[in-house]
Write a protein that binds this ligand. Sequence first.
Ligand SMILES: [Zn+2]
Length: 396
Amino acid sequence: MDKAKTSPCKGASPGSTGDDLPDDPTHSAPKLMPKKKVKCLPKGLCSESAEDECVNSSGAGAHGVEGASHPQDGFATCCEGEEDIDEDFIEIDEDSSYPADAWERLKVKVPDLRDMKPDELIVEGDRKHFLRFVCMSDTHSRVEGSDFVHRVPHGDVLLHAGDFTMHSSIPELHAFNDFLGQLPHKLKIIIPGNHETSLDQRGHGFDKGHARREQGLPRGDNSSEISEELRYLRGILHRGILLQDSMIEFCGIKVYGCPWMPVYASDGFGLPRGYQLLQMYNLIPKGVDILLSHGPPLGIGDRTKRSHHAGCVELFNSVTRRIKPKYFVCGHIHEGYGIRSDGTTTYINAAVCNKNYRPVHAPVVFDFPLPAPITVNDFHRMKSKRIKVKTFSPLP
Ligand SMILES: [Zn+2]
């Protein structure tokens, strides 16, 4: 059967079902060879060091977080004769450019996938050893100057998974920064989305002269001038911490930000499905606790109004087989708003705007356990210099 005819979705942008998008040219890109390590010994042969590896490779107990996981469960499972595969690299999927076909084949990999209710992520009572994260995405310049700011739940850390503007203009960036300044959360971690074209260093949809004209400078065309503009534009968002292929670590919690997604028209941060996207996902270290991504993975919070899966196949494989974060927070597909779990990762599509760009969805809240003996008070006493940002891909 001709896949080019049967695969309905080659990518999608908010407000698009992806039906009319061009074919992805990268399906024939060279494959990255998988490198697999089997870490567990057969039952009864586990040494102390092997036990440690078993626990970590199961994704349980890897973060030293009491109550966040069940290391004994992971150990018991992998030591009962099953191979626990710890994959360092993910190969390109044979159906990279055909998400509908890929999902038919891959959905059995997440047999425990289920919808969750918001209150399942909340700790009742004493929250001394938990940080409260408040997640939103795709606010699209629709929340500034309204009463929405009063509808954002209080918490310790705010996460915004991109598309905070419609057109990435300088006034919109200033308005979003002012909105961040009105929120009470100690840390505000943000990533750009496909609408933030002016923050994409490749200049997709970027009015290169805009920022410089505002500063009374001539139009910049060379790379150093573009870098200067990008620094200026990123600097506008100083109320938040902007992650792009970078990770912030505080109180033993690692949050990684990845804006890259399947390309759509000339939007920002789009890459062809397959090799190029996988390269960006391969930058993400194993063991991150929270992965902030603008786009959803295949099959999880990625269904468009026409019921097409618009998520990224490579992101699904990378998240479920290699990275295995505790939380995955995204947006992009507004219709995919909601919370799901596959038993290892909790997936939150936090798109605030609906299909018609009306901010009708509530931010999603989750409580994340702090490594003992750290408390919420320790977090709030933390000096900003204790917050480390590590970049995995050089920015211009
Ligand atoms: Zn959006």
